[in-house]
Design a protein around this ligand. Sequence first.
Ligand code: ARG
Length: 593
Amino acid sequence: VEQAVGTAIGAVLPARRDADPLIRRSDRPGVDVQSNVALSLAGAAGRPPAQLAGQLADQLTAAPGAGPAAGTGPATALPAAVSVAGPGFLNVTFTDAALWGQVAARLADDRLGVDTPQAGVRTVVDYSSVNVAKQLHVGHLRSTVIGDALVRVLGFLGAEVIRENHLGDWGTQFGMLIQYLVEHPEARWQHDRLAAGTTAVAALDELYRAARAAFDADPAFAGRARKRVVALQSGDPDTLAAWREIVAESQHAFQQVYDRLGVLLTEADAAGESRYNDALPGVVDELVRQGIAVPSAGALCVFDPAFTGRDGAPVPLIVRKSDGGFGYAATDLATVRDRVGRERADRMLYVVDARQALHFRQVFAAARRAGWLPGTVDVEHVAFGAVLGADGRPYRTRDGGTALLSDLLDAAVTSARRVVRDKNPTMPDADADRIAELCGIAAVKYADLATSRQQDYRFDPDRMVAFTGNTGVYLLYAHTRVAAILRRAEPATGDGDAPPDPAVPVAPAERALILALDGFGAVVTEVGESLEPHRLCGYLYELARAFTAFYESCPVLGAAEPVRSNRLALCRLTRRTLAQGLTLLGLPAPDRL
Ligand code: ARG
């Protein structure tokens, strides 16, 4: 429609042939899409909008054979009724045959009509980025889940995605951890000795707490830990070996969580802070040489008048601390330089907590000044809000501590198990456990993705495992319902792939479902640009509702042919679109629950 209206504008008003045709889906009864372009161009055209709309409508409905290339019809002719309404709205209502034709085209396409607008765009996605030897907390859940959905969507749109888990795997805390292990060899984790119910992440966290306690309580130990930092930085082989072991053990533990969450990250995606160590002196020297970093109270800092604090003074970006150590900012400047220079990124995404917004703005600005970030590279801090408890306050454990990711997952699985048990008291335990795990994890991921990521979201396990409303469980369940219809129908039909018959009239609920199905490509493309997975969630929810409305008013299995076959074609396309959408969000699309 956009192309056809564009061509019609070119024919009627050649000077404005590039004007946006202003096409939108219409919510007027009996109208599929509408264009308001005549209202916006009437001034330029020097004629009333209704008259201009009438001329455009004539172009769009010119009979085949009347156009310049006789026999083929004008390029602008739409398989639709086009009318002018009100002061100059152009209303388009597709013919029933055109709607069935669109269903057939989508069914014949593996990609369901989704284009590859990101083809060849090398995109580095920095996400998850958890810290070694520490527990994963709820903020890491958001980065991991949002990052995973973006990686999947961008990849589907054709981007060359490079996943990078920017592990916090370097820093002075390792002196304390290594020294503690040297002095307490019994604290070393042993997989076979982990108490039942203890995860590897928890065991490492235990080590962290013990080392921290010793560091705070015993000045002599703190001194030895500091020496250990120096040994690590100067590459002492035993110290490095111990560091490597802690990192490997942590990665192994994180992988258990990633596998449970069903995200694509593997240990091969690790691109931790330590990777940039050797580059840091060069990064800082270059900033000093260019006059971008300057000495300030013993440290080296970048000042930029664009970033001022409340007192009006510039906020420093510290690239080297007064003790000579390099910090987080130096490492992130190195990531920018490396991702553009070595990895040839066209696009770089940092999926990190919104509270780090100033940090990233400062880092990107400094990298631009240094010439490491050309204007051709798109860089974005994909910021997200906090996870709140059901009471609207930051989500915490019962004793007020920082909530761990595993607590959150366990809470959702427990709620899901209760729902499963209520619905099916006689189900064997093993099945109930499996379904509760699947639904609980999907519910958490969906709840995280379904709210606009900039917003804080409320973690309410009972609400998120509900079978109704915009929940992950509702969508999984919708998919199983379509799958069940097809299961019952297909053996009898035999020709499960037959295209729909274009001569069958389209019922109103079918029409709404067809138009919803047709919107899939546009919404996925949109998510690739806005990096907002909640738009895909909202779309799938509306699609599932359109399917429910269709199913309630249009019997499928009991209908006579050829209506039955056409409705089954709609079921097949709905099922594939739901499944593809769920997959892009990193969610399963089970046939049964
Ligand atoms: N490890 C950091 C944290 O837990 C997040 C790192 C984000 N990525 C980056 N390139 N700075 O807060």
